[in-house]
Design a protein around this ligand. Sequence first.
Ligand code: KMH
Ligand code: ZN
Length: 306
Amino acid sequence: MRKVIITAALTGNIHTPSMSPYLPLTPQQLIDEAVRCEEAGVTIVHVHARDPEEGKPTTKVEIYREILSGIKAKTNLIVTVTTGGTATMTPEERIAVVRELKPEMATFNAGSMNFALYPVLGKYKEFKYDWEKEFLASTEGFIFPNTFTSLKVFCHTMNEVQTQPELEIYDVGHITNLAQVMREGYLKEPIYLQFVLGILGGIPATVDNLVFLTNTAKQTFGEFQWSVCAAGRHSFPLGVVNMIQGGNMRVGLEDNLYLGKGELAKSNAEQVEKAVRFARELGLEVASPDDAREMLDLKGLDKCNF
Ligand code: KMH
Ligand code: ZN
């Protein structure tokens, strides 16, 4: 029976606290969510940290350390740490969390793009914290910078500390970018791709586009393993299509706050339970963290620095 990797992206840096009371914000809430996700059968948790006071995304390595060591103390989960950073950070600052904590996996965003959230401002009238409105509005002028120079900085550190990159592809040109850094010897096989569909600035979330991305990646790389994460209501349908076509699935409140139409998910674990049900209905077994360590050739928790 084929084993499928289910990832839960616990909080991200897109959604803000006023959008859902269930969005985990503090280190303890993130650790508790990871434990609940493991109980629900998840394979990997993807972690962003937030400032515990106001829930604003933070890049402080010490907060990451608290979250990652808390998750390690209570679970056997693989953690994929974000390197998305913030608008003003250099690539060296964005990769600092990987250099310090040496996780098994970390994100690797494969190209520059507009990354806009401002249209949701029309949906929310009141915000709990001042920063939320300003942050969402500022994305109208935001370019997510991932130049070839920064891709090489990310590769350099990840190779050095043996962290497996999860290669985030938001549009078809990002596959070309990865092929180029691979040709130049910076990126090594085996590779793990995450197709991200439905971001305003990236490829729209449709089945045709997912198949197009998968086929283009197959023509470019040959063998690889991959997952999909799709924004909002597209999360479950495209996740299921991807499992059918041989890939893996990511869920979580980072990408989608809902469990079904109009129903907020009360925890990441509710979405994991739903993804596990879909996988089993398709005759797939969900990979344990140790299965995935083997499938993705990861170095193991004992080699992390947290
Ligand atoms: N937030 C997703 C759209 C990262 O953390 O570096 C993509 C993501 C990237 O998860
Ligand atoms: Zn993320």
